[in-house]
Design a binder for this molecule. Sequence first.
Ligand SMILES: [Zn+2]
Length: 173
Amino acid sequence: MDRRRTAYHEAGHAVMCYLSGTRELLGATVIPKDGDHGAVQFGEVPAAVVKEIESLEPSPQSANWLEQEVLFLLSGMVAEEIEFGDYFKGGVQVDIDAATERAFLFCDGDSPEAISSFLDRKRGDAEAILRRNWKAVRAVATALCERGTVSASELTAIVKDSTEVTGDEGKSP
Ligand SMILES: [Zn+2]
């Protein structure tokens, strides 16, 4: 997996993490480590959400959190697809497995078909969101390519800068 591809993959995760606010964004890197190609560092799942998920009775808030988390997990793969027309299968399997695990919680008791159509729908949502904020994804990917590692404050500044120009849909000047 080359550095540019990894940069877009991690940029997709980072931008979605910032937009959805499910977890605290702590940094991103494309420097390979421990067999990983790159990584986005993010905060823990909020304790209240963990508790509800474990009880298998998610409130609307934690259901919403799970839904956002699925978007976040699928965003690396989706960003690769937008930029390169395909994705590196070995690199996204761990994301797909995690998203499927979350989808099982979300679609409790539903059939594998229901879960796979839920994931398809979320993949479409993730694509629409990333395309609307592509300027931010590209800016983060470029920074990752150039510098290897980008800190949380730099990531936030880059995404803010890029989304303020393109992200305020429907807002009059
Ligand atoms: Zn990923």
